[in-house]
Design a binder for this molecule. Structure first.
Ligand code: SF4
Length: 388
């Protein structure tokens, strides 16, 4: 005969810490480090606690971002993780800023994929005048046509450049801190952590939202990861993309992959606890490092990139839509297409690899037409991470 199960009044340490965050208190660096040091046995408790914080701030919503690699390679900097740097031998395409038509084509695909935000990214230390002008010209057109939010990732920015981007209608600027101040010289010698902070301050002064995150798995210590999370907190960054190093042959970090999927979950949880109200995006390396634990990651983070990354290939969008649906989550804030009759593929069997429709949304089944999909790709699969 079944007897009633006694109520358990004691919360796990992670639920207790989440309750503290939900009450408006900050976690300490010691507590943040304890999250990264927690055991595999505690993992589900940790996810559950981080989910409470996610739920309070973002409910069950997921925001999709779409990346457009608007200029590739040709960079004089030496970021050791990046295939576009001057010290990388990775065989990557090199091109200058894309034409208006290509940028618009990407925006259309972003809208079709239910993205809220279109990220325009160029390689390089800082934008030149021609590049700033190109952004000033295209942003109003994209916003008017597709209603997308625009995030610009253009490298180091001075105050005047940031103000020009704001005047053009850019919503947010991405410039990642990437790691801690102390570890930064180990990943780049041609610019400094302080240079990056200054850019973020210039962006803030111009009234723009900040998108800034980092890369985990570059040989940094757990303390470095904590320091980065707290630097982002100090800057009140609205949006945090967290990348997991996808080591690319030809870069100085080509041998550096050591993260487990559980390490990635712990890192996401720590960022959620330290920056509870910031949008947290699982960025590059999601599929490669989280693998079958991606849904656990999305219970902590509230945003992902849909489709390919700047420099590496993502999983098919249909798999992401399926994961979101299976979790009982919903995509939020997606842009409206100007002409809905052109917005979706009419093929019920459409798939990314076989659809013949130029307006393919790539959400469908197995495909049967045998034709190659005509939709443009946001990135080349052989390239590695960028400016961010
Ligand atoms: S991350 Fe950006 S600045 Fe650094 S090498 Fe790559 S493209 Fe250049």
């Amino acid at each position: 005969m079944l007897t009633s199960i006694p109520a358990v009044a004691v919360l796990s340490p992670w639920r207790t810490l989440a309750a503290k965050v939900l009450d408006g208190s900050d976690v300490s660096k010691t507590e943040a480090l304890a999250i990264l040091n927690s055991s595999d046995e505690e993992l589900l408790d940790l996810v559950n606690a981080a989910f409470e914080i996610r739920k309070r701030n973002f409910g069950k919503t997921v925001q999709l971002y779409f990346l457009m690699n608007a200029k590739s390679g040709l960079c004089p900097e030496d970021c050791h993780y990046c295939s576009q740097s001057k010290i990388s031998d990775a065989p990557i395409p090199k091109y200058n800023i894309l034409s208006r038509d290509k940028l618009l084509e990407g925006a259309k695909l972003a809208a079709q994929r239910q993205s809220k935000t279109y990220c325009i990214v160029i390689s390089g230390r800082a934008p030149n005048e021609r590049e700033i002008q190109a952004i000033e010209k295209i942003v109003p057109e994209i916003k008017q046509t597709y209603g997308l939010n625009i995030c610009a990732c253009l490298g180091l920015l001075n105050e005047s450049q940031a103000q020009r981007l704001a005047a053009a209608g850019v919503d947010k600027v991405n410039h990642n801190l990437n790691t801690s101040q102390e570890y930064y010289p180990e990943i780049c010698t041609t610019h400094t952590f302080e240079d990056r902070i200054e850019t973020l301050k210039n962006v803030r002064k111009a009234g723009l939202a900040l998108c800034s995150g980092g890369i985990i798995g570059m040989g940094e210590s757990r303390q470095d990861i904590v320091e980065m999370a707290f630097s982002l907190k100090e800057l009140s960054v609205e949006s945090i993309p967290l990348n997991f190093l996808h080591a690319i042959d030809g870069t100085p970090m080509q041998q550096k992959e050591y993260l487990s999927a559980r390490d990635c979950i712990r890192a996401l949880a720590m960022f959620r606890f330290v920056n509870p109200a910031s949008e947290l995006r699982i960025a590059g390396g999601r599929e490669r490092h989280l693998r079958s634990l991606q849904p656990l990651g999305l219970m902590i983070a509230n945003s992902i990139f849909i489709g390919d990354y700047l420099t590496t290939q993502g999983q098919a969008p249909s798999e992401d839509y399926r994961m979101i649906e299976d979790l009982g989550f919903e995509i939020t804030g997606q842009a409206a297409l100007p002409n809905s009759s052109e917005s979706t593929c009419s093929e019920s069997t459409c798939s990314e690899s076989t659809c013949s429709q130029t307006t393919c949304t790539q959400t469908g089944g197995t495909g049967s037409s045998g034709n190659q999909c005509q939709t443009p790709s946001s990135s080349d699969p052989t390239r590695s991470s960028c400016c961010g």
